[in-house]
Unconditional design. Structure first.
Length: 142
């Protein structure tokens, strides 16, 4: 009987911390906003901290790849201008992975014009109840 009570208590506590699909989507939207805010503040160290330790950014030509937080910090510290990001789609192929499709409107101060697209592959690095989303792969598409 004691085991049953302990099991039910543990289930209740864990269920109370489980994220619903809407909560997961809200968390991803907030994460992408944090990324955009840090990028637009030209804070490359904060942007790089949002990647996994071996996270990777891939330019749309697929020839330019930057991997690892230290290298990503160098990349993002050198980026100027302002970009507005709009999330087009969020998918969860599994409980600890998300793909995010984003439209990017570059401001004239970036030297880039027009609307562009990006894809983020995020992974949840947390083994506890609270998610800890990080960018595993980020690619500009055009």
């Amino acid at each position: 009987m004691q085991r049953l009570i302990v099991a039910l208590l543990a289930f209740t506590v864990l269920a109370g911390h489980a994220q619903t699909p809407a909560n997961r989507e809200d968390a991803i939207r907030a994460f992408i906003k944090t990324f955009g805010d840090a990028r637009n503040a030209h804070d490359g160290n904060s942007v790089a901290a949002l990647y996994t330790e071996d996270g990777e950014w891939i330019q749309n030509d697929e020839l330019t790849r930057v991997r690892g937080r230290a290298n990503l910090a160098k990349l993002w510290n050198g980026i100027t201008g302002h970009v507005d990001r709009t999330i087009n789609a969020i998918e969860f192929p599994g409980p600890d992975i998300a793909t995010v499709r984003v439209s990017c409107q570059y401001h004239p101060d970036t030297g880039i014009t027009g609307l562009h697209s990006e894809v983020f592959v995020l992974v949840n690095e947390s083994v506890t109840k609270s998610p800890n989303w990080r960018i595993f792969v980020h690619q500009t598409l055009n």
